[in-house]
Write a protein that binds this ligand. Structure first.
Ligand code: ZN
Length: 146
């Protein structure tokens, strides 16, 4: 990751060393998704809870490389408190950004913007994506059940 902007790298390392919303609740009202990234050994669990159309809580747990763990932490922090619709929209655009696809730059990705440089490291795109994909699955499941 030596080509990545050093401020971005610092944010990623901070979230890797001090993960936010770490540890699962496994309580009623939480929906869990588990995803693996075989290419690098990442394993991630994401739990979310929806109340009144808002993502009231996001928890994450797992093990993996710094990119994977930091993205789970940043996603949990960035999307907590957002409406389900906004959260899904941010996830969608974030996943496009890291995959080097066209995305809506008018959407505020907040700290998730630190992963913009991942597109230049194709082997790490999945590392940066699995937590977002897991969260998308839990939100879609909950929306259906609502
Ligand atoms: Zn990884």
């Amino acid at each position: 990751m030596s080509d990545m902007n050093s401020i971005y790298r610092q944010v990623i390392m901070d979230h890797y060393k001090n993960p936010r919303n770490k540890g699962l609740k496994e309580e009623e009202g939480y929906v869990l998704c588990h995803l693996k990234n075989p290419s690098c050994g990442d394993m991630i669990n994401v739990e979310s809870k929806i109340q009144n159309g808002l993502v009231s809580d996001i928890r994450q747990d797992g093990q993996g490389c710094s990119i994977c763990c930091a993205s789970a932490s940043i996603i949990s922090e960035t999307l907590k408190g957002k409406s389900v619709k906004d959260a899904l929209n941010i996830i969608d655009n974030y996943l496009k950004m890291v995959s080097n696809e066209e995305y809506d730059k008018s959407i505020d990705l907040d700290e998730l913007a630190v992963f913009e440089g991942i597109k230049d490291f194709p082997a790490r795109v999945r590392c940066a994506s699995i937590a977002a994909q897991a969260l998308r699955k839990t939100l879609e499941k909950e929306e259906k059940n609502a």
